[in-house]
Design a protein around this ligand. Structure first.
Ligand code: G4P
Length: 533
């Protein structure tokens, strides 16, 4: 085994790769923009993605894809700040929400959860959070929009603890909200960072910090607010969870910060603390044990996302991979484990805000996209080491929308089956068959409904097959964990459906949670799983 050089190790050590998750409109884009501002990656008040793009309707989505030739659905932004090299993995929301959103989380070492202070934990956050906890990665909470009327602070924390089942530890504490918002109290330094709305487009966030017991404080906050703050701090010090880096690292305690991304308040404080508390690239599990980027010298990576080019003129694909160890150099030859042969990684690129840029070098912790002539699948391992090993696969996540799909012209059966299988192989959709019949009936499952449109569009444009889709009422799918289960004998509710996936694994489709519970009750010892490896 070759020796990990000091230079490469230093490069990897300074990397911080995290995903940013939230329910749509909580302020993820705004917060990301502000991060980039600190990194000097964009000009003042520049934007990560045009609002028009962020808010696009389904109809113009295809146009955007075609125009750019690459997905707008998930991007990676890299910037430098305070001696760190930061990779932010954006998790697509709204209409773009898909299995890719979940997979992106598999490539991150930690997650930042943005919560709207007036709303608390919302549906999409809950779903994404589940995937983060499954991986035991550190989770940091930024409670945003404090410049608007917010829910009671204790209530917000309770909401996170109850809804998500994670302990919280506020690093700072807000003083009022909305028109009454005066700033945040930093629990460690005992100082108040005064809120000012004037920093919107600048790289300077909060600047004025005053000790709480400073007499000048009275000119900034009303006596009543001060008393409330003192009471709350006392309560918090007495009853709240203490900060523990160990628990944060295990993903069992989430440090909480308050701020307002729009006015750039609390953002830099958050960024500074976050970078200290989060982790450099973590070891990854493989069939030869954990691969630690601080020890393994050779390049290795796994594919977590495949993006088909929507532009018909370029029928190539881009495979996004997370580098797990070593150094990447453009054009290098690596061994593709699942394909069983050497491949050259060409046209490597990183996404920088709106542009793609060609990368010459990248390191453990980084995400790159490489040209894929159609050989990669989600979860594949690439390695430059003489030693052969595979990283633990990426789980298949439960789709939530289902439709029965048929080709309109029966003569096009072959193209239809080929197309739908290829699209499923890329991981854009999942396909299931009736449990007892063959391929005649194909059931498609997706995490986000936009994927149905993508499927239809691609089958028509790339495979010249028109399809009919009839939506099915199922919303829940469960893999069966028991090895030897006889599906014929399994008794569920009348609206439950038995299907199998591409690998022949048995699954159950349910209309509601009640039906899942009934089935569980009627079949003693049945193990139902929300994702499958
Ligand atoms: P998302 O990526 O999580 O979907 O949210 P995004 O950042 O796009 O923010 C959603 C809306 O919330 C935007 O308003 C944004 O300006 C606003 N917002 C974000 N952070 C804050 C904050 O700290 N305080 C306040 N008051 N608003 C915030 P919009 O009107 O939908 O868009 P725009 O027209 O302002 O761009």
């Amino acid at each position: 085994m070759s020796q990990l050089s000091k230079e490469v190790k230093e490069q990897i050590e300074k990397r911080r790769t995290f995903a940013i998750i939230s329910h749509p409109d909580a302020g993820k884009t705004t917060l990301t923009e502000k991060f980039l501002l600190y990194g000097g990656a964009i000009n003042l008040a520049g934007s990560v993605k045009g609002k028009a793009t962020a808010r696009h309707a389904v109809s113009d989505w295809m146009e955007i894809e075609k125009e750019r030739g690459i997905s707008v659905t998930s991007s990676v932004l890299q910037f430098n700040y305070g001696g760190y090299c930061i990779n932010i993995l954006d998790t697509p929301g709204h209409q773009d929400f898909s299995e890719d959103t979940y997979r992106t989380l598999m490539a991150a070492d930690s997650a930042v959860m943005v919560i709207d202070a007036s709303k608390g934990v919302e549906a999409q956050t809950r779903k994404l959070f589940k995937v983060c906890t499954m991986r035991h990665i550190p989770i940091f909470t930024f409670i945003n929009k404090m410049d608007r009327e917010a829910l009671d602070t204790f209530e917000l924390l309770d909401d996170i603890e109850n809804e998500l089942g994670i302990a919280t530890c506020p690093v700072n504490w807000p003083i009022g909200s909305g028109k009454e918002f005066r700033g945040v109290y930093d629990r460690e330094s005992g100082k108040v960072e005064l809120f000012s709305e004037t920093h919107k487009g600048t790289t300077q966030g909060e600047v004025r910090k005053i000790a709480l017991d400073d007499s000048e404080m009275d000119t900034w906050i009303a006596q009543q607010q001060k008393e409330k703050l003192l009471e709350e701090i006392e309560l918090l010090d007495g009853a709240g969870a203490e900060f523990s880096q160990e628990l944060v690292s295990k993903g069992e305690l989430s440090p909480v910060f308050f701020g307002s991304a729009l006015t750039n308040f609390g953002v830099e404080t958050f960024l500074r603390h976050f970078l200290q508390m989060t982790t450099s690239p973590l070891p990854r599990q493989s069939d030869k044990g954990a691969v630690d980027p601080m020890e393994e010298a050779d390049f290795s990576a796994f594919v977590f996302k495949i993006q088909a080019n929507m532009n018909k003129a370029h029928r190539d694909r881009i495979a996004f991979m997370r580098i797990c160890s070593g150094e990447f150099e453009a054009g290098m030859d690596v061994y593709h484990m699942q394909g069983g042969k050497k491949v050259r990684l060409s046209q490597p690129q990183q996404l920088m805000a709106k542009e793609r840029k060609i990368v010459e070098k990248a390191y453990g912790g980084d995400i790159i996209g490489v040209f894929d002539p159609g050989i990669f699948s989600i979860g594949d391992t690439l390695t430059a080491s003489g030693e052969r090993f595979c990283y633990e696969g990426i789980p298949t996540f439960a789709p939530e929308h289902f439709a029965r799909v048929r080709q309109i012209d029966t003569m096009k059966r072959k193209q239809f089956v080929k197309g739908i299988n290829q699209i499923a192989q890329e991981g854009a959709i999942q396909i299931f068959q009736e449990y007892n019949t063959g391929m005649e009936e194909i059931i498609v499952g997706v995490v986000g409904v936009l994927q149905f449109d993508v499927l239809k569009y691609r089958l028509e444009n790339e495979y010249n097959v028109e399809i009919r889709m009839d939506s099915l009422p199922y919303e829940y799918i469960r893999w069966i964990g028991n090895e030897e289960i006889n599906l014929d004998r399994l008794t569920g509710t009348s609206d439950m459906k038995k299907v199998k996936d591409l690998k022949g694994r048995p699954l159950l489709l349910f209309v509601n949670e009640w039906s899942i519970r009934m089935t569980q009750e009627r079949n003693d010892g049945l193990i139902l799983m929300e994702f499958a490896r």
